[in-house]
Design a protein around this ligand. Sequence first.
Ligand code: ATP
Ligand code: MG
Length: 398
Amino acid sequence: MLPSIFQEAVPVLKKIERAGFEAYFVGGSVRDYLLNKPINDVDIATSAYPQELKEIFPKTIDLGIEHGTILVIDDGREYEITTFRTESTYADFRRPDKVEFIRSLEGDLERRDFTMNSIAMDGRGRIFDPFNGREDIHNGMIRTVGSPDLRFTEDALRMMRGVRFVSQLGFKIESGTLNALKEHSKLLKHIAVERKTMEFEKIAGGKWKRKALTLLVRTNLYTELPHFTQHKDALQQVADLPQLEGINKDQVWLLLLACIGDPDPQGFLKGWRLPTKTVRDRSNELEILQLRRKSGWSKPLLYRAGLEAAINVEKVYECIESTPVSSVEAVKEEYHSLAITSRQQLDVTGNDLMTWANKKGGPWMKELLAEIESAIITGTINNDKEAIRRWLQTCNRL
Ligand code: ATP
Ligand code: MG
């Protein structure tokens, strides 16, 4: 029995077949199925041209019609369906200038990057594997379809994809493919930063990232990644950290900031074209990490960090220091024992202060609220309106 994610899509394949065309599951979903891994989404490839698909399915949306991909809505579900195609004339070592629709499955599988990604499966679970992808999956090997020199010069991003699969699957790169990767690593410079970042984030999220980062260093691919060129040693140092496996993508960015020590952390992250929120959060976490390394956690530092940042910082701290016992749970507990976790929780408002002091609003209120907040966090006073008023009176602040 095929997993339900495929079962649900079988009627779509059948509709295409009844119209006289071929249709298969392809790409990552078939690979992950053969690996017994969770399947994200199924990609369907077909011999029907986009126009022909539109005649079969009344509801479609063009995704990239010039590349032959349309979204089919069938029985309330969405399916990405791509017409078999070849990709010809690659200028600039990146995406093809021209795609040509074809009727042959094998031709379509041939344009794909690695043998493990070039396996098709029909609605009955029959496998079409002209490049012996199953054998490579069995042996944990990443091997290009056809000449690795040719495939990496056609599209240099494939080299990053190869390393990304090392990180996600723990596979080895087959020796011919690895040699070509070393040989052509410089071509990665032609690839848009955003596409490199997408792959790098998958590397950072993978279980075998130590292996993958070491590969980025050994193959010299790192020299074509933003802000990495001058930092071979720091990168290898990160790759060698025994606890690297246990940290997530966000924490990897923070770890890189800490280990590379770029004087402009925001510029470093912006160089990777990361979203503004990521730039802000990671830079802020770096400051917290530096304080945590210098003097340990305090209640005000935990309060300033917030729970998510505190966890990220502590995980990265543990990773850098290779601490034998995790302290993340203790940090969480301490965070939850804070009297307040945000200014909104103060049992006093600006209005209260104006009434008590019999003064008009102004910048003094903000300053006073900050002092009250700090006194509550450090445990000097309770978060209680009456206690706050008495404390202010004692300090002659009213
Ligand atoms: P994931 O599980 O991360 O989605 P995936 O293998 O499905 O991995 P996609 O980027 O979704 O990766 O691509 C789908 C399929 O398209 C791949 O399995 C591969 O067959 C083909 N493919 C993707 N990118 C390339 C490329 N740069 N060159 C050749 N084939 C590619
Ligand atoms: Mg995919």
